[in-house]
Design a protein. Structure first.
Length: 573
């Protein structure tokens, strides 16, 4: 039954109620909207849809489908779009500097559109990596009733009788550079690796944050692992539109859902799935929007005590479609809750607690993707936080699928990714070295680029386990090997990574959670005395503005104070 809403306390009253709003209403009449619909709550359908990449190509259709659910629930849907920067295309060149910056632009643009038009509720549709946290950051910032919808992952490609993803294509570049395969094999793989619509299929950043959205309670249960091409995605969109109206009626807001306990749940799900290290950047950023202190070290402590139980690529065997067929995120959370690794009392967009939602799920002992919590793949999480003399503000490494957890070796220092990639292509990297890529942090890049092209090429060369790589930049969720990102303070701020020289010995221990530079303090002091900050090539525009406002990676690389500095919340205007 359609609910009746009192608009006198909703934001949309400012553009639709009373004689003084006649000019505003005239715009809605111009679009053919009848008076009775203008009297309904206004619901934003924010889509990151575009034709830039397959991650986003189905989002607009899903957002349009959600209109039926909003109308069914008594609201008036209003669709608008925001940007994306697709990492698979931006990777390995200067375009990647725009990727993390786009997260802030997405959050800001959704906020501004909602504020400017006084929308009462929000359903957000996202596909590629930064659009997921960006959309959820906007929800938490605005704090109007919201539901998050992931557009779904791509189906796996098939090549030589095995499932493949885009990461296989990045890795074959290194294999080709090593002379280990002909160019014809590169072409053959690139044509079949991505067979249609959807985001990258492994437990890379998009699917990691899609799992976060369910674990933290902002998505409809077991909705996000459904692949993009499946027709059930339309049904999910309609259900999301209807559910946001229930949230509006019951005044269930994102900050009611995303409590500190919910963030802990989300971090545990990242660890249990061997998810992307980027979650340690996005969770603190989301928490900041809710006024919750939750940084890299909080995330790392949670990772340290969470078993790794989902056998997903890049460290494991399976892709998102397999996880969906195994029972989805809620199947994973079923065993985690039974083992005491989740707080089931957290509220979700269903109006029920996480435990009440999980209670509807029956454990499937026959599926192969998700291990029982009592018999994990490894007893601790697939992602580990590090700290030490090289990274006083922390660093992070993905250990899912790794056999070697300690590494010591001489530094090989590069001041940008391009120089590193050229050395890898030229086979000028030696086994046992610790590759250092610096001045790629949030300020120094600017933009904190991902390094998948370089790390994948190392794997293609067969050196993925014989070298380590550290950077003040970050890594794709598809990265594997001994690759450590988010090193802080970054080089641009004069952190220890700025003072490393070729041949310095670096010690990494992913079991102990340490990363240290074996250089005497007096030597470091002498280097620090002559160190000079570097200028970037970006003296204007979005990247310049980002570099001027961005904070440290361990706090999420955010560009404003968040809810901690609020004097009012948009939802209460």
């Amino acid at each position: 039954m359609t609910r009746i809403f009192d608009k006198s306390r909703l934001p949309s009253r400012h553009v639709s109620v009373g004689p003084e709003r006649a000019p505003h209403r005239s715009y809605y009449y111009a679009m053919g909207i009848p008076e009775e619909d203008i009297a309904r709550p206004f619901v934003a359908l924010a889509s990151a849809g575009n034709n830039s990449a397959p991650c986003n190509t189905t989002l607009d259709a899903q957002a349009d489908a959600a209109q039926a659910g909003v109308i069914q629930g008594g609201g008036m849907p209003r669709r608008f779009n925001t940007i994306t920067v697709t990492d698979g295309i931006a990777m390995g060149h200067q375009g990647m500097k725009a990727s993390l910056v786009s997260r802030e632009v997405i959050a800001d643009s959704v906020e501004l559109s909602v504020r400017g038009h006084c929308y009462d509720a929000l359903v957000g549709f996202a596909g590629c990596d930064k659009s997921l946290p960006g959309m959820m950051m906007a929800m938490l910032r605005l704090n109007i009733p919201s539901v998050f919808v992931y557009g779904g992952s791509i189906l796996p490609g098939r090549y030589q009788e095995r499932d493949v993803t885009v990461v296989d294509v990045f890795e074959i570049v290194g294999k080709y550079a090593a002379g280990a395969c002909p160019l014809s094999e590169v072409h053959a793989l690139e044509k079949v690796a991505c067979p249609g619509h959807g985001a990258c299929g492994g437990q890379y950043t998009a699917n990691t944050m899609a799992c976060v959205a369910e674990a933290i309670g902002l998505s409809i249960p077991n909705s996000n692992m459904v692949p993009a091409p499946y027709t059930t995605r339309e049904q999910i969109a309609v259900a999301a539109g209807a559910q946001v109206m229930e949230c509006l009626a019951d005044n269930i807001r994102p900050r009611d859902i995303c409590t500190r306990e919910a963030f802990i749940n989300a971090a545990r799900v990242v660890a249990a799935t061997g998810g992307s290290t980027n979650a340690a950047l996005h969770l603190p950023a989301m928490a900041s929007e809710a006024g919750i202190e939750f940084d890299l070290f909080d995330v790392a402590e949670i990772f340290k005590t969470t078993p790794y139980i989902a056998d997903l690529k890049p460290g494991g065997k399976y892709v998102a479609k397999d996880m969906y067929e195994a029972g989805g995120v809620y199947m994973l959370m079923k065993t985690m809750l039974s083992g005491g690794f989740l707080d089931g009392s957290c509220m979700t967009v269903t109006g029920k607690t996480l435990a009440e939602n999980i209670d509807q799920v029956t454990w499937n002992p026959d599926q192969k993707v998700i291990y029982d919590i009592s018999t994990p793949l490894t007893p601790t999480g697939g992602v580990v936080g590090l700290r030490g003399s090289l990274a006083p503000d922390g660093a992070i490494v993905k250990v899912a699928g790794m056999h070697r957890l300690q590494f010591s070796g001489p530094a090989r220092v590069f001041d940008c990714e391009e120089d590193t990639f050229a050395a890898v292509e030229a086979r000028a990297i030696n086994e046992g070295e610790v590759i250092v890529i610096r001045y790629e942090g949030p300020k120094g890049g600017p933009g904190m680029r991902e390094m998948l092209s370089t790390t994948a090429a190392l794997y293609g060369l067969g050196m993925g386990e014989s070298v380590a790589l550290i950077t003040d930049g970050r890594f794709s969720g598809g990265t594997r090997g001994f690759c450590i990102g988010h090193v802080g303070p970054e080089a641009a701020d004069g952190g220890p990574i700025a003072l490393v020289e070729d041949g310095d010995i670096i010690h990494i221990d992913a079991e102990a959670g340490t990363i240290d530079l074996d250089v005497p303090e007096d030597v470091m002091a002498a280097r620090r005395a002559v160190w000079v900050p570097r200028k970037t090539d970006y003296g204007s525009g979005a990247l310049w503005r980002y570099a001027k406002t961005v904070g440290p990676a361990y706090k999420g690389a955010v560009t404003h104070p968040g809810a901690a500095a609020e004097t009012h919340v948009y939802a209460d205007i």
